[in-house]
Ligand binder design. Structure first.
Ligand SMILES: Nc1ncnc2c1ncn2[C@@H]1O[C@H](COP(=O)(O)OP(=O)(O)OP(=O)(O)O)[C@@H](O)[C@H]1O
Ligand SMILES: [Mg+2]
Length: 226
């Protein structure tokens, strides 16, 4: 993927009937996949056009992209070679004004934490992100991808655990069940459950007691830190 500022001139607009002269932000996406024949390329932006086997593709992906670009006065071009790969170039109109991103001014977190925190989350990307943040604000973080790993991590840790942050639905052993097992070994840790499902979380909440905190996914760094 590449990004670039680009000016489209009259010469370009003359040969690309849906492109307008102006300044754009160009996003280029290149793959080294199957590529496309000229025949296929002629149809890719059509609604429901797909070469994927039945039940695999909707043929809506590129039609949607095309629609969005039409609406925002952008432009898309495609270059592809069968067996070699494909390059899509997405042109979005550049704006001269400065854009203020909400929340961007809160660059650093003021909240600090101390102690050992057991983080249990099966989605690697989210776990790594959360662990990085929690370490940054001061916690010693033990990471686990499921309940069994979490128990092993707690067992291997010599000191006490102060906080358990666990997904409610994790492979092999649910969050509440894990907490129960941990409590049999050590009391006095705070519990924070994460869940993508508000109702399911509320239900589980009733089963684990009211001292557990519920964190609805997706949550911001500020919320997690808090
Ligand atoms: N990067 C690519 N490389 C090769 N062929 C592509 C590529 N992108 C799109 N195509 C071709 O264009 C067709 C239409 O793409 P589009 O994204 O609209 O639908 P789809 O990918 O088939 O379905 P869906 O997006 O629902 O998974 C694809 O079936 C494929 O033949
Ligand atoms: Mg697609």
């Amino acid at each position: 993927m590449e990004t670039q500022a680009r000016h489209l001139d009259e010469a370009y607009a003359a040969v690309n009937s849906d492109a307008h002269v102006g300044d754009y932000v160009l996003i280029t996406v290149t793959d080294n996949g199957s590529g496309m024949s000229k025949e296929t390329m002629a149809h890719i932006f059509e609604t429901f056009f797909t070469t994927k086997e039945q039940g695999k593709g909707t043929g809506l992906g590129l039609a949607t992209v095309y629609g969005i670009l039409k609406q925002s006065k952008g432009h898309i071009s495609v270059y592809s070679e069968s067996g070699v790969g494909t390059t899509f170039k997405v042109y979005l109109p550049a704006v001269a004004s400065t854009v203020r991103v909400a929340g961007a001014e809160k660059a650093s977190l003021t909240v600090r934490g101390t102690g050992t925190l057991l983080l249990v989350e099966d989605e690697t990307a989210l776990r790594v992100l959360a662990a990085t943040l929690l370490k940054k604000i001061g916690y010693t973080v033990l990471e686990a991808g499921n309940g069994v790993q979490a128990l092993a991590a707690a067992e291997a840790h010599a000191g006490k655990i102060d906080v358990v942050v666990a997904d409610i639905v994790i492979p092999q052993m649910g969050g509440p069940q894990l907490v129960e097992k941990l409590r049999a070994k050590q009391e006095g840790f705070a519990v924070i459950f994460m869940s993508g499902y508000t109702e399911a979380a509320a239900l589980e909440h009733a089963r684990v007691g009211t001292d557990a905190i519920l964190l609805n996914k997706p949550f911001s760094a500020e919320t997690l830190a808090g």
